[in-house]
Design a protein around this ligand. Structure first.
Ligand code: ADP
Ligand code: MG
Length: 866
């Protein structure tokens, strides 16, 4: 077999070190990909696949993208979760002996992108690492390279807690050891939808000593190092803007498991996965991208400390009551660019002069913002102002060095102000002087030759030249001019004296461009040393922005400042912050709620679509809003500080997860029961629906009893099992409430009002009617219902339920199976075909019941006709 060409050997050697990435191999003006990479990339990027002779019999699949347009292709791949290794020529091809030396200079992965075009402004972009220790504990670290922030948390309570912690965070990539068990790796990939990367060798990097200083535990250092090692490996440089990892004491925050994060739609909706329709969507009245990112972080970690919560609320109140000042604050904040990410780019070394001008303009706003904050009559706001320290040195140095409207490129000069650097001024003087000399020469030549149209021009190939039209050529004296280029109606000449000056000018220009580049790099380094100050400012500005946003949204939607007590929760005319916004016509019906130690469980009954789920979620959202320090949608609120919130949604409502099995529902219920304390809030929404009536009801009842007797958590429990309302008699802390609905001319009218006591009817059939099910079907259902209701009470009723509608599908199928033996093969296959063709997820329970009924009838007939 023939050998590969030397270049292909180089390629294969480098590729072997980057097996899990697309290797972008620089060849002249292109990045080329070969072999499998090429085949996959041509498909993913829709670019043409070609072949290249690599020295072997068979040609090598190849595809490529132009170097200058690579950004978009890289972005495309990284967004799909792939990694891209950028391999550059690291020596000058002109002077290289043999194959040009090439090296991977950066590995771009979903979690390590730094380019602003690949990042979403209002979202963090995290890379995480997970380390699993011998004693069973886990340490998770997550870090946003674009902003430099990291968080680190130790988790001793099992892998599920890890998933709950990481769920819903904007994490794109998780670095693990390849020793992590396959099962856990699969769970990470499947449940969090992230790219997994591996870093087995973990060594402490001394350059990062300072940011590890606060880590008081070997394991934390090791886990952080895993991440830092990987960052070093991918970025091939140390990053100076990484901040000390913030150690997160998970117990210091209201904990929301992944189910609650999802069900409550805090930052994205379940169905569309978008911001629109989430709580974040309502609350995000921030004006800076930094503020928006911070708000999201607050929302994911509501506070437990009363003092901290109240401090935020006080500041919000200050902003709330001073509309004019708040408005001018918002205006000022608008001119503050993304300081956090600017700092990141400065550290990474990819800022340009325009970025630094943005930095300057943003910093110059600080005194103004301080002044505005001082004008509020509020101590908490004044304290925020005190933390804003105007970094005048940074502003001064940028003010004197960089022109106000610099070009994007930092390699073509035109960035640095005159007077900033003496040598630069000299070069510029020489170049400008030379140009002046050329202008004078033009005048002189015109006069001497008497050619009015004579002109001196410049192009890249010939440099400066004297141009004379053909008609005037005879006027030129012999000897002095050397012909360089002939055009259709003019000739271009040079003279020794012109070339001499040209040399001087070009030299001065080249030198000044190089010098400018060096000066710019120096400036960047100097600013780099100020990054911590910039980051601190960014942090305070973000906080101010979030607090003013809370005030803005609270005023716009008429939210009220909550107070906090220890045992009693009382909300007057509470509203669901998102639904009232979505309805947007003022027709949302407010409702009160009251929970205390005497009545800690509310059992909610009421027809479908009446507002049970809304009422329950409303409470959770109000609690969370209060604990992040925002006002809440109601007329008056006394809240309890909850330590955890659990939400379980019955199978019927859990359309999205695709795993609406009863088992999952029970696992979730168990999770709540195992972790809740008397300071927790539990929402159980129609639990027990995923199984047959008796099963479901029995479990629902025993869950309520268990919570009542053993956990004492504040609990809202909605159910369609009417029978459960009897629990009020046996469980002293349980209280029945219901959502009122009225029947009007055979239709049900939802009033969405919560009242004491149990609901008396289920109204399910009316809802079916609203959903436009066929009249005939509705009539039939009413007949069945009447029959059921006429079996008055006790055993008869249960029997009736059993007979008419409580046979599970499973039982039906078993029956069908049993009767099979009696049916002929042909009929059997028709029935089975019908059965397999059913699209259960597209049918209502009633439709399904009808179809089964039909099939069963068919089966019975066949048996008879046999
Ligand atoms: P349930 O859980 O009882 O089936 P939902 O809580 O899902 O009912 O509410 C169904 C619909 O009723 C909601 O989508 C909303 O449009 C409306 N709704 C619920 N509560 C209210 C309310 N308090 N005021 C106005 N409309 C409401
Ligand atoms: Mg519901």
């Amino acid at each position: 077999m023939a050998k590969h060409t030397p270049m292909m050997e180089q390629y294969l050697r480098i590729k072997a070190e980057h097996k899990d990435a697309f290797l972008f191999f620089r060849l002249g003006d292109f990045y080329e990909m070969f072999f499998e990479d090429a085949i996959k990339a041509s498909r993913e990027l829709e670019i043409t696949l070609t072949k290249r002779d690599g020295g072997q019999d068979e040609k090598i699949p190849m595809c490529g993208v132009p170097y200058h347009a690579a950004g978009n292709y890289i972005k495309n791949l990284v967004e799909k979760g792939y990694k891209v290794a950028i391999c550059e020529q690291v020596e000058d091809p002109k002077t290289a002996k043999g194959v040009v030396k090439r090296e991977v200079v950066q590995l771009i992965t979903p979690g390590t992108v730094m380019e602003s075009t690949m990042l979403s402004e209002r979202n963090n972009n995290y890379i995480a690492s997970l380390s699993h220790f011998q004693d069973g504990s886990f340490v998770v670290v997550y870090c946003d390279l674009s902003t430099g922030e990291s968080r680190i948390a130790q988790i001793n309570s099992g892998f599920d807690r890890v998933i709950h912690e990481l769920y819903n965070q904007p994490i794109k990539e998780i670095v693990v050891s390849s020793n992590l068990s396959d099962e856990l790796q699969t769970q990470l990939k499947d449940r969090l939808q992230v790219t997994l990367s591996y870093q087995d060798e973990v060594t402490f990097n001394g350059e990062y000593r300072a940011i590890c200083e606060n880590l008081n535990d070997e394991r934390l250092v090791k886990a952080f190092s895993r991440l830092l090692n990987y960052v070093q490996f991918t970025q091939k440089r140390s990053l100076d803007h990484l901040k000390q990892a913030e150690i997160i004491e998970l117990n210091a925050y209201l904990s929301l498991d992944m189910y609650s994060k999802r069900n409550l739609e805090l930052t994205e909706t379940i169905l569309r996965k978008g911001r629109h329709g989430s709580l974040l969507w309502v609350l995000d009245k921030t004006v800076t991208a930094m503020g928006s990112r911070m708000l999201k972080k607050w929302l994911e970690r509501p506070l437990l400390d009363k003092i901290q919560i109240e401090n935020r609320l006080e500041a919000v109140e200050g902003f709330y009551h001073a509309f004019m000042e708040r408005d001018s604050l918002r205006e000022s904040l608008k001119s503050v660019y993304d300081l956090e990410r600017l700092a990141g780019r400065i550290a990474f070394g990819n800022v340009n002069a325009r970025d630094l001008i943005q930095l300057k303009k943003s910093l110059k706003k600080i005194p103004e913002i301080k002044d505005i904050l001082a004008s509020f009559d509020n101590n908490f706001i004044h304290q925020l102002a005190d933390h804003l320290e105007y970094p005048s040195e940074i502003v001064d140095i940028l003010e004197t060095s960089i022109i106000d409207d610099p070009p994007i490129s930092i390699k073509e000069g035109g960035i640095i102000k005159d007077g900033y650097h003496e040598q630069l001024d000299t070069y510029r003087y020489a170049s400008r002087n030379g140009k002046k000399w050329i202008a004078e020469l033009e005048q002189k030549e015109k006069q001497e030759t008497n050619i009015k149209s004579l002109k001196i021009g410049y192009n890249r190939v010939f440099g400066y030249y004297i141009e004379v039209t053909k008609a005037n050529l005879h006027l030129l004296p012999e000897g002095k001019y050397e012909r360089k280029q002939t055009l259709t109606n003019a000739e271009r000449f040079i003279t020794p004296e012109l070339k001499e000056k040209e040399q001087l000018i070009l030299e001065a220009e080249e030198k000044s461009i190089n010098l400018e580049y060096n000066l710019f790099s120096e400036l960047r380094e100097e600013i780099k040393s100020q990054i911590p100050r910039i980051q601190y400012l960014a942090d305070i500005v973000s906080k101010i922005d979030v607090l003013q946003a809370f005030a803005t949204v609270s005023e716009a939607n008429n939210y009220k400042k909550p107070s906090f007590t220890d045992a009693k929760l009382k909300i007057k005319s509470g509203r669901h912050p998102v639904i009232e916004k979505v309805m947007d016509d003022g027709t949302f019906v407010p409702n009160d709620i009251m929970l205390d130690n005497e009545k800690s469980i509310l059992l909610i009954t009421g027809p479908n679509m009446s507002g049970k789920s809304t009422y329950m979620r409303q409470l959770a959202l109000i609690a969370i809003m209060g604990q992040i320090g925002c006002f809440v949608p109601c007329d008056d609120a006394e809240l309890i500080i909850f330590d955890q919130i659990f939400t379980r949604i019955g199978a019927a409502d859990d359309l999205v997860s695709g795993q609406s099995t009863f088992m999952v529902e029970m696992l979730e219920a168990n999770h709540a029961i195992a972790n809740a304390t008397e300071r927790s809030l539990i929402l159980l929404d129609e639990i027990g629906r995923g199984t047959s009536t008796y099963d479901g009801m029995a479990l629902a009842q025993s869950i309520v009893e268990f919570i009542h007797d053993n956990i004492h958590a504040k609990t809202l429990f909605s159910t369609h099992y009417h029978e459960l309302t009897a629990l009020e008699e046996s469980l002293p802390r349980l209280k029945n409430i219901h959502v009122r609905a009225e029947e009007y001319e055979g239709n049900v009218v939802f009033l969405h009002q919560i009242k004491d006591g149990a609901a008396d009817k289920s109204y399910g059939i009316h809802v079916a009617k609203l959903a436009n099910l066929p009249d005939e079907l509705i009539k039939r259902a009413s007949v069945i219902l009447n029959q059921l209701e006429s079996f008055d009470s006790g055993e008869n009723q249960h029997m009736a339920i059993e007979e008419t509608n409580q046979l599970s599908f499973f039982e039906e199928v078993v029956k069908l199976e049993k009767s099979k033996s009696k049916i002929g093969a042909e009929e059997e296959s028709t029935i089975l075909e019908n059965l397999t063709d059913l699209d259960l997820f597209d049918m209502t329970p009633l439709e399904a019941m009808n179809e089964l009924h039909r099939l069963q009838k068919l089966a019975k007939q066949k048996v008879i006709t046999k």
